[in-house]
Design a binder for this molecule. Structure first.
Ligand code: C5P
Length: 237
């Protein structure tokens, strides 16, 4: 289960990141680097994370014209990111270009292809917010499934979605399509701005391949203990 937990290192404090990664590596291989950590550490940190034994999920949620995203994803592949995401709403052409670029970069550098994920609808948005602000005729879950199918068609490996949408995504995209779920809150943690949430055990029960957890671990008094509790909850699923 520890290989299915991704810890979001959401801070721009380099010392904190160093401490968190050094503490968590004992239990957790996957770390997620978002804009905050990336702004402090840059790509030079990738070999440093890998050297420690971490796998890197680079969460920069690319969303731009196909040529730009292809270059971004190719560059990050060359630097050694193991998992990279982009907004699925950027379109099939954008995601296809990213796939080709990542695969070419990996081939040239003789490294494994990175896992590419499409971000569907952020887990901080609920049905009411979606209906009010997105101007879509669809229900939120329909839109998530629609974007997941586009990501699959473009050759991505999977999507980022709420654990609440796993079942319809599985039905539409099959068992091999990866589903990575943030919006995870153990019963003992604060919910914060997340809306479409479940517990770690429920996400695993519903069939998540990976769960992403940030604040309940990195803001805990003892992050290693919090990670261990979550892994045990996942095991109990
Ligand atoms: O602190 P928390 O557990 O809410 O962190 C969740 C992480 O997952 C954050 O880094 C957030 O940016 C990310 N994320 C998300 N929803 C998505 C995609 C990524 O919450 N759909």
């Amino acid at each position: 289960m520890k290989n299915r937990l991704i810890v979001a290192l959401d801070t721009d404090d380099g010392e904190d990141i160093d401490w968190l990664s050094g503490t968590l590596i004992e239990l957790v291989p996957w770390v997620k680097i978002g804009f905050q950590a990336f702004s402090t550490l840059g790509t030079e940190s990738f070999p440093w994370f890998s050297g420690r034994g971490h796998l890197i999920f680079l969460d920069l949620k690319f969303h731009d014209i196909p040529n730009t995203v292809a270059r971004d994803v190719g560059t990050m592949t060359r630097h050694g990111a193991n998992m990279i995401n982009m907004h699925a709403s950027g379109g099939v052409e954008m995601m296809q270009a990213a796939r080709i670029s990542a695969d070419d970069a990996a081939y040239e550098a003789d490294i494994p292809k990175p896992t590419l994920l499409g971000v569907t609808i952020l887990t901080s948005i609920d049905e009411e917010g979606f209906q009010t602000h997105f101007g879509s005729e669809r229900q939120l879950t329909e839109q998530v499934v629609y974007l997941a199918k586009q990501a699959k068609e473009a050759g991505l490996d999977g999507v980022v979605a709420s654990p609440l949408e796993i079942e319809p995504i599985r039905k539409a995209c099959g068992d091999k399509f990866l589903i990575v779920t943030p919006g995870i809150r153990p019963k003992w943690a604060e919910v914060g701005d997340q809306k479409r949430i479940t517990t770690p055990a429920e996400a695993i029960d519903r069939g998540a391949d990976y769960i992403v957890v940030g604040r309940p671990i990195i803001e805990a008094e003892d992050p290693l203990e919090a990670a261990e509790k979550i892994i045990n909850e996942m095991k109990g699923a």
